[in-house]
Design a protein around this ligand. Sequence first.
Ligand code: BG6
Ligand code: MG
Length: 218
Amino acid sequence: MSKLEACIFDLDGVLVDTAKYHYTAWHDLAQEFDIELTTEENEKLKGVSRRDSLIHILNLGGKVLTEDEINHWCEVKNTHYLELIAGMDADELLPDVIRILDLLKDNAIKIGLGSASKNAPFILEKTNIAHYFQSVVCGLDVINSKPHPEVFLKGAEQLDVDPSNCIVFEDSIKGIIAANTGGFISVGVGDPEELNQAAHNIKDFTGLTLKSLQSLFS
Ligand code: BG6
Ligand code: MG
């Protein structure tokens, strides 16, 4: 029978309020190409790597770039994004994140991070939560973007847990599909309509207890 042994968290939009900065940076970059990036279209970029996000945006405007140009615009986007998060600290953590991390730690539940972002280790340091994680798998460590389950499967391996004993918290539909495909218990954080493929949904971590997490396995 499966039971709660570990939790793997996505970063952007789950632990920290960075999804809005990614959107601003992509929106402004899209405008350089006369492309209007709507919030609806932006949902499809959540959980997607930097390069694949750029390609998606360019496709919206029917633009094709060379490999060098792609690298250049990825750099431009990231420089802008890093400017937007330059002053970031623990205040940008989403509600009850510290409480839930403490709760898991105090109850010997393993904690992992599974993020598409290459900036993940930097953000964990800036928000002062890096020490909670026994495993950090990020955009620097994977070949396949979500919805491929690679990022979570690597995390489960590093934590030495079976996916069926592990919850994945995600705010993107691609991340939920990745978790489901990998055999994890998926929990959608945010809009339940957007994340309707999640096994369970929460608005945020407020009020979540160890009992409510354990009950997801029964
Ligand atoms: C994901 C975000 O976590 O990381 C995406 O949801 C982002 O919006 C992706 O594009 C890659 O992030 P980065 O920091 O490597 O550009
Ligand atoms: Mg996310």
